[in-house]
Design a protein around this ligand. Structure first.
Ligand SMILES: [Zn+2]
Length: 186
């Protein structure tokens, strides 16, 4: 099985489609965060992982702002995202984005030692951007995208429990939930 992991960012949907196979499982969260989904990945035990973090990432901008400028976030966002980078050395967003790709790739290799792992830090300036819609779709990992979703943010996971921090981040980014396939209130 192939798992494609990327960020929820609205610009990455076509890139995720391009890198996926017909039966790939897709996981997308804030910042392409492996730490948050590591137990699920162990359970899925895929043979192949395509890992797609990206530049100009809102989750990394938030992380930068919390660590360098002491912006406040919820405990959950702190535990699931910010805490990964607290002991890291960086002085620019670009450095933080590179650390994000490296730290998460290392974690992937550690939890899935037999898997073929391909990492690409997607440069958003080299891909075509759809028109941005300030809304988010919360989807299960095997859901295929339709036209409506292009330009929207997409949080995607096999389980709701591991994307709760991402829902809080979506809220912080001012995104409206258009559809939630996990059908729960939050
Ligand atoms: Zn991002």
């Amino acid at each position: 099985m192939q798992v494609v992991i990327s960020c929820m960012d609205y610009r990455l949907t076509q890139e995720v489609i391009n890198k996926s196979k017909k039966d790939s499982l897709i996981i997308r969260n804030a910042g392409a965060n492996i730490f948050e989904i590591k137990d699920i990945l162990k359970k899925l035990n895929p043979e192949e992982v395509v890992y797609l973090p990206h530049t100009d990432c809102a989750a990394m901008k938030l992380t930068y702002s919390v660590i360098k400028n002491h912006e406040g976030v919820t405990q959950l966002i702190n535990d699931k995202l910010i805490s990964i980078f607290k002991d890291k050395n960086f002085s620019s967003l670009k450095e933080l984005e590179e650390i994000n790709a490296k730290v998460n790739e290392d974690l992937l290799k550690e939890i899935l030692p037999k898997a073929k792992i391909t990492t690409e830090l997607v440069d958003v300036n080299k891909i075509k951007w759809p028109e941005r819609k300030a809304r988010v779709y919360v989807l299960k990992s095997n859901t295929k995208y339709d036209e409506e979703m292009i330009g929207s943010y997409i949080i995607q996971s096999p389980e709701l429990e591991v994307i709760l921090a991402d829902l809080e981040i979506a809220n912080k980014l001012g995104l409206r939930i258009e559809k939630n396939e996990f059908d729960t209130k939050f």
